[in-house]
Design a protein around this ligand. Structure first.
Ligand SMILES: *[C@@H]1O[C@H](CO)[C@@H](O)[C@H](O)[C@H]1NC(C)=O
Ligand SMILES: *[C@@H]1O[C@H](CO)[C@@H](O)[C@H](O)[C@H]1NC(C)=O
Ligand SMILES: *[C@@H]1O[C@H](CO)[C@@H](O)[C@H](O)[C@H]1NC(C)=O
Ligand SMILES: *[C@@H]1O[C@H](CO)[C@@H](O)[C@H](O)[C@H]1NC(C)=O
Ligand SMILES: *[C@@H]1O[C@H](CO)[C@@H](O)[C@H](O)[C@H]1NC(C)=O
Ligand SMILES: *[C@@H]1O[C@H](CO)[C@@H](O)[C@H](O)[C@H]1NC(C)=O
Length: 285
């Protein structure tokens, strides 16, 4: 019971941290490398850097520690093993930033840099989505079950621009007719949208923003639309090469069919034997 209470207290605190305080938000692309920024006063005697991550529970996850002039990774959580480093040569400039490599979805969250004072960095993972021209893309956005759907607002926008789609209690707006909601009457649980007949110019970062008075969650999908691959082109040409002789064969077949039909009709009419023989001669020659 006490644990549960603590959990809720932390949950609320975390939600407040996510919204109220001006945490720096850093975006990282799945499988790529990201730098979580942090600075310290370069005049301090000994350099002590602790990077930890909020767990939503009482104990934080240890991401990276540095003191006594070297890394101390004995207590580092195994999920971060071999994926972190500091910019050691930039210490004299007061740079305590953390490099995190091979990003995973589970890395998303609030990171704390302890340098005497505490500094929060909110890491968001960008979901890559690769498509080719003419495909359709489902841009996913799930509303967490824990949220009261009556009070939330969901917006879709291209990063840095004003929203082109929005749903909340009172209104529903979809400005761009090339998009459609996944579930027309059920935005309450699934705010994903579909973009059909993709063009190269649709390659953008799409942001889904789920918010209420004390909560905000962002999900960024980085859509890349490529030209139809040469593989597919080759396939298409191959089809054409295969189909050309087939079409030719069918045409010749029809031609012979018509010829035979005309010949038998002429034969039945019982005249023009000579013209038939000339046609035969032409065929023989
Ligand atoms: C720290 O150094 C790295 C590598 O040079 C750089 O990418 C980063 O922006 C620096 N961070 C700060 C806060 O100076
Ligand atoms: C390591 O981190 C994972 C989440 O990334 C967590 O589930 C696990 O409990 C952590 N392990 C320790 C020993 O703290
Ligand atoms: C980290 O690297 C060491 C040495 O290369 C290796 O033994 C260890 O298995 C690696 N850990 C993980 C989690 O990949
Ligand atoms: C949404 O509607 C419910 C009842 O239908 C109401 O209680 C709630 O205040 C409304 N929320 C907003 C943001 O308008
Ligand atoms: C939302 O809809 C998309 C597309 O149909 C689907 O892939 C996704 O799993 C759905 N999410 C949930 C939570 O149902
Ligand atoms: C998300 O939506 C809320 C409410 O519309 C807005 O206040 C907030 O600035 C938006 N956040 C981002 C990062 O767009």
């Amino acid at each position: 019971m006490k644990d549960l209470l603590m959990f809720f207290v932390h949950f609320i605190l975390l939600s407040l941290i996510l919204t109220v305080s001006g945490d720096e938000i850093v975006y990282g692309q799945l499988s790529e490398t990201v730098v979580l920024p942090c600075t310290f006063n370069p005049n301090s005697n000994e350099i002590i850097i602790h990077w930890q991550r909020s767990n939503g529970q009482s104990s934080d996850i240890i991401v990276h520690s540095y003191y006594h002039s070297k890394d101390h990774l004995e207590k580092q959580n195994v999920t971060y093993q071999n994926r972190t480093s500091l910019f050691y040569s930039d210490f004299p400039k007061g740079n305590a930033s953390l490099e995190l490599r091979h990003l995973r979805l589970e890395d998303e969250g609030v990171y704390k840099c302890y340098m005497g004072k505490e500094y929060n960095v909110n890491l968001k993972i960008i979901y890559p989505l690769n498509k080719v021209e003419g495909d359709e893309a489902v841009l996913q956005c799930d509303i967490p079950h824990s949220l009261n759907v009556k009070n939330i607002r969901v917006t879709w926008s291209v990063a840095g621009k004003k929203p082109f789609a929005c749903v909340d209690n009172i209104s529903e707006m979809l400005e761009n007719s090339r998009f459609s909601w996944v579930s027309v009457n059920n935005h309450q649980t699934n705010a994903s949208i579909i973009l059909k007949n993709l063009k190269i110019s649709d390659s953008e970062d799409y942001v889904c923003n789920i918010s209420s008075h004390d909560y905000m969650q962002l999900r960024v999908t980085s859509l890349t639309v490529a030209k139809v691959t040469t593989d597919k082109m080759e396939n298409r040409y191959r089809y054409e090469f295969i189909s050309l002789p087939i079409i030719a064969a069918i045409c010749i077949g029809i031609g012979i069919g018509i010829y035979c039909f005309r010949r038998t009709r002429k034969g039945m009419n019982g005249n023009n034997q000579s013209s038939d023989s000339t046609e035969m001669d032409q065929l023989n020659s």
